[in-house]
Design a protein around this ligand. Structure first.
Ligand SMILES: [Zn+2]
Length: 116
């Protein structure tokens, strides 16, 4: 369940940032999750609900934007979305393309309410 570990990191960041901005409650959290992370949205939501209890983000809406895996071919320059599990370049057959998108997992933004 590496989603729990990932979510722990995200929630810690949300708490720090909420505190820095004087927010007493966080209402919405948006994450960008690349498919290469193998993190499942349903498991992330579960982790968010479980770990968010008792924190500033308790009851907040979690929004997840999934990013497709994108690869770039070093031989012919083509950028493409692979048909997993085949990672080779569809144009020239190069077998070791470079990952350009899909391994990211980050906090995009969050919204909340301040004390006033
Ligand atoms: Zn190629």
């Amino acid at each position: 369940m590496h989603e729990f570990a990932l979510m722990q990191t995200v929630l810690k960041l949300v708490e720090e940032k909420a505190q820095a901005h004087g927010l007493v409650r966080v209402t919405r959290v948006k994450l960008v999750v690349g498919k290469m992370t193998m993190a499942l949205p349903a498991a992330l939501e579960l982790a968010f609900d479980a770990l968010g209890r008792g924190t500033v983000a308790e009851g907040a809406t979690l929004e997840i934007e999934e990013r497709e895996v994108r690869l770039a071919c070093p031989a012919c320059g083509l950028e493409f979305s692979p048909e997993l599990p085949h990672l080779g370049c569809p144009r020239c057959g190069e077998t070791a393309p470079r990952l350009v998108q899909g391994r990211e997992l980050y906090l995009d933004y969050f919204e909340g309410e301040d004390a006033g």
